[in-house]
Every structure is written in C-alpha cells, then in structure tokens.
Ligand binder design. Sequence first.
Ligand SMILES: NC(=O)c1ccc[n+]([C@@H]2O[C@H](COP(=O)([O-])OP(=O)(O)OC[C@H]3O[C@@H](n4cnc5c(N)ncnc54)[C@H](OP(=O)(O)O)[C@@H]3O)[C@@H](O)[C@H]2O)c1
Length: 297
Amino acid sequence: MKIFVTGATGFVGSAIVDELRNRGHDIVGLARSESSANALSDAGLNVHRGNIADPESVTSALSQVDAVIHTAFNHDFSRYLENCEADGRLLDALARALEGTDKALIATSVTIVTPSGELSTENDRALDQVPRSASEAFLDYANRGVQTSVVRLPPSVHGAGDTAFVPALIALARKRGVSAYVDDGANRWPAVHRDDAARLFCDAVERPRPAARYHAVAETGLPFREIAEAIGDGLGVPAESVPNDWAEVHFGWLAMFAAIDNPVSNDWTREATGWASREVGLISDMRNAGYFSTPSD
Ligand SMILES: NC(=O)c1ccc[n+]([C@@H]2O[C@H](COP(=O)([O-])OP(=O)(O)OC[C@H]3O[C@@H](n4cnc5c(N)ncnc54)[C@H](OP(=O)(O)O)[C@@H]3O)[C@@H](O)[C@H]2O)c1
C-alpha cells in the first residue's frame, strides 16, 4: 500500500515508518519545513509539503495514497486546548475528503481521554471534557465510507530518543534536586515501547476495523512512585512526596500528568489484532536507553 504518514519525522511516526517499510509499504511523509523534507527524502521517502495548521495543505496529499496514519501534533503545552481543537479540525477535514473511498484513516489519541481512577477499556468513549477527545470525533465517519480508527497512546511511549514526559520529569528532577511524586505516588501510568506502538499502528492500517479504539499499552499501570524512584536512582537525587496542593508549584505544566491515575486494559486490542508487547518495560528502558545522559552529551 501507499501510506501517507503525518509526523513521519517524529518519535512515534519515524518508528511507524520503519515498520511499514519493513512490511513492504510505500510511504509519503508530511513535511512542514525544508529540513524535515530533506530528512525524509534522505531516508528515501516520498515527501508531501504541508502544515497541520492548514488542513487543505494536508488533504491535498490524499488522492495519491491508499491509507493515512496521522501522528503529527503540536506539543506546545501552553496552547494545549487550541492544539487539540486544531487536531480535531484536521481529522475532520481528512475524513471528509476520504468520504466514500473506504480508505483507512488511523489517528493518534491518548489513554487519558478515558475516565481516571478505574481500569479503562477500548469500549470507553473519550470524555468530552478532556481536550484530546477532539482527536476521536472523526471516528463517526466510519458510517460514511471511511475506515476510521484511533490508537490511544499512554503518557509514556518510551525508547531511545524519547523527548516526551519522562525526559521532562528527568529534567525537572535534575533542576530541583529531587524526584517528586504526588502524595503517596500510588497513581498509575500505563506505558508502551515505541516499537511496540508502531507495530500496532501498522496492524491497524493493514486490517482496518471501522471506528476501533486500540490501546497501545504494554504495562497497564505503573505506580508513579516507581517511575519517580527510577528517576531518583538514575540522577542520584532523592525521590520524595509532594502534597497534591503543591503539585502545581513543583511540577508546573506537568502537574496534571504527574497526578493522573490512568490504569488501562488492552484485552480487546490483543484479542482483535493478535498484537502483544515484545519490548522491555519502562523502568528497565529508562536504565538502558540513554535517559540519564546529561543534556550536553
Ligand atoms: N511520545 C509520547 O510519549 C506520546 C505519548 C502520548 C501520546 N503521544 C502522541 O503521539 C503522537 C506522536 O508524538 P511524538 O512523540 O512522535 O511527537 P514528536 O516527536 O514531537 O513529533 C511530532 C511530529 O509532528 C510534526 N509536526 C509538528 N507540528 C507540525 C505542523 N505544524 N505541521 C506538520 N507537521 C508537524 C513534527 O514535524 P517536524 O519534524 O517538522 O517537527 C514531527 O514529525 C502525537 O499525537 C502525540 O501527542 C506521544
């Protein structure tokens, strides 16, 4: 198949591209800049120039492809709500342009769209009040001739080259001289290795299941305290509790994520697709995948 991948230069998207190529697919990668375009063409990929902030510049790629995997996202968390809404608008434009074609449109969502504090499943619809639920509204186009589905990713998609929440927590612990958790740190974070996640995106695009919500989760829920302790060990700083009232002062924009309790089941995903995790878990990956190299390394 010829597959259009947005975010092809990113941490998750580049792993998907590698896996798709291993499976013999042709890739068209979205690039918003000269440097991203050069990186993709140097890697031997077809390039489509466009920007997710301008849906038409992205939908103009669709006539030349058989399927779409959308992973690009603006991660400026100071404008998180706007960025989630923009993702919803882009997905709506993509789905509308694919209406009646029966082509697959696989998008990226997050496990934290599901209710917190209880084991969530693929049957749980995204909660309207969670901003990233905007990335799932397009699923309804399954009734209009588009093979829509989402892959929900956990707060830690880990592996060498990770630049997301765990590196942000490490940078914060390095700056503060303490690796913190909220209250008793029993709140749970699910996790997946990026290569495991990439295989699930590929399975989803090869055998579409309309309106499916996949959970790319290898570990159901690690107590956040264990993650904080691994960070403390890695940096040689103490792991300590901060009371919930102080979480925002200590963690800043990360506070909401540090406190979240998000245990996630993936029974349906495994049964439907045969997918299973093959890679190491988060704690041992943190020890071995370069997470504690100093910033100048
Ligand atoms: N990594 C995680 O731990 C994690 C966890 C949960 C969910 N997710 C989700 O997984 C998806 C992929 O995340 P990631 O970690 O791979 O992100 P990433 O490494 O930050 O990559 C983001 C990708 O989006 C592209 N992009 C950003 N703004 C763009 C724009 N305006 N126009 C076109 N392309 C643009 C970037 O292209 P450039 O090369 O031009 O910068 C890059 O390819 C996102 O939806 C993210 O929210 C990730």
